[in-house]
Design a protein around this ligand. Structure first.
Ligand SMILES: *Cc1c(COP(=O)(O)O)cnc(C)c1O
Length: 410
């Protein structure tokens, strides 16, 4: 391997897993730990001040979504929000029908609750995506049945950055409802990865539920929100005090809520600038990789308007993504892989498999998710090591040795 540099830089290319909290967000949150510490349900002054902060945050988020404040429910993260949308809808509307439509590349926070519902007698249709990860609105429309109560399609995928045609899907769902004179099916989108870069106008997207979280948008971890369109009933999953319109009992995470609102406000205000910067940087990285490394493939859509500007997911043929990740980590470079090959399982990611990729392609995948602190110098540092590591791993690759063995015995 390459000699280690004297000074190992710390380079973070894993913003889609989570991001550092923006200093402005931390500053906004700080007073809500030891200064304004009341329980928002308390009637005294400390309580009223905390309650005002929660309501103010709710108003800010509602404004960004073009929604009403009462339609924003704070929960404990993106997973909690996705779960509330799925289970809350299912439990409140099962009399009407037990069919839900989704796509196979959703986050596990959607897929696992749906698998659980399947065990309880629900029918789940996963509409196929194409080799770039797109689902066709027309295919969604065709899969709607009289007993379909919910459709859940993510806004942007966390692994391959594909931006799904949410507004178009919303429109075909509206068309179905009109033709059949029914309020069903409802439409949920998981916008955790989109919130930092794309518009969240629920009217233009035609969605009834929208999931947000803090940690992917330079906000705090363990806080999220669910937008629920006015008039739609869902059932709570957590019972107790009547917080959050009885939909998420428990004392509110006041600093988290303030931080989520601040992070979303900053992200939405700066999204044009950030998109430009990320697009430029990911184009630069992709160009450098293409120049220096052979036998690679960009997974997901080509770099452009259909792809999240901060995401690059690349397959390096004949190697394990996980080995590559660990070697890069030795040089201070942090990214992630779609092949979660622990010692027990060699299963590549469900997202890459849903694109119809052969196993050997899916295995060597690496995700670079860029973010606010990244610079061109970070890419240059990465490119000092990546080509050499790839070459050396290929030389000792078990995948390749296996292939050579087969060639020999043919
Ligand atoms: C991160 C993520 C989640 C889960 O959010 P948590 O806040 O970690 O619970 C859900 N969906 C998508 C698309 C995500 O990227």
């Amino acid at each position: 391997m390459l000699p280690k540099p004297k000074k190992i830089r710390e380079i973070y290319f894993d913003h889609a897993a989570t991001a550092y909290t923006d200093e402005r967000v931390v500053k906004a949150m700080l007073p809500y730990y030891s200064k304004t510490y009341g329980n928002p349900s308390s009637l005294h002054r400390a309580g009223r001040e905390a309650n005002a902060a929660v309501n103010d945050s709710r108003r800010k988020i509602a404004q960004i979504l073009h929604a009403l404040p009462e339609n924003i429910i704070f929960v404990g993260g993106g997973t909690a929000s996705d779960n509330l949308a799925i289970y809350g809808m299912a439990r409140a509307h099962e009399q009407r029908g037990k069919h839900i439509i989704t796509i196979p590349i959703e986050h596990h926070a959607i897929l696992h609750p749906l698998e659980d519902l399947e065990k309880q007698g629900w029918k789940i249709t996963k509409v196929k995506v194409n080799e770039e990860g797109f689902v066709s609105p027309e295919e969604i429309y065709k899969s709607i049945r009289p007993d379909t109560v919910l459709i859940s399609v993510m806004y942007t995928n966390n692994e391959i950055g594909v931006i799904e045609p949410i507004a178009d899907i919303g429109r075909v769902i509206l068309k179905y409802r009109k033709e059949h004179n029914t309020p069903y099916p409802y439409f949920h989108t998981d916008a955790c990865q989109a919130a930092g870069y794309l518009s969240l106008d629920v009217e233009k997207l035609h969605v009834d539920f929208l999931t947000l979280n803090g940690s992917k948008i330079y906000g705090p971890k363990g806080i999220g929100a669910l937008y629920i369109r006015r008039g739609i009933k869902i059932k709570p999953m957590i019972l107790g005090g009547g917080q959050e319109r009885n939909l998420n009992a428990g004392t509110e995470n006041v600093p988290g809520i303030v931080g989520l609102a601040k992070a979303l406000e900053i992200a939405q205000n700066e999204k044009e600038k950030e998109n430009k910067k990320m697009r430029k940087l990911s184009l630069y990285l992709w160009k450098k990789i293409q120049e220096k490394i052979q036998n690679i493939k960009l997974n997901g859509p080509e770099i452009g308007d259909d792809r999240l500007s901060s995401n690059l997911n690349i397959t390096f043929m004949d190697i394990e993504g996980e080995s590559l990740l660990l070697y890069l980590d030795e040089y201070g470079i942090m990214c992630s892989t779609g092949s979660a090959c622990t010692s027990e399982s060699l299963e590549p990611s469900h997202v890459l498999r849903a694109l119809g990729m052969p196993y050997e392609y899916a295995h060597g995948s690496l995700r670079f998710s860029l973010g606010r602190r990244n610079t061109k110098q970070d890419v240059d540092y990465l490119m000092k090591y990546l080509p050499v590591i790839v070459e050396q791993l290929r030389e000792m690759s078990p995948v390749r040795m296996e292939k050579q063995k087969h060639a020999r015995y043919k």
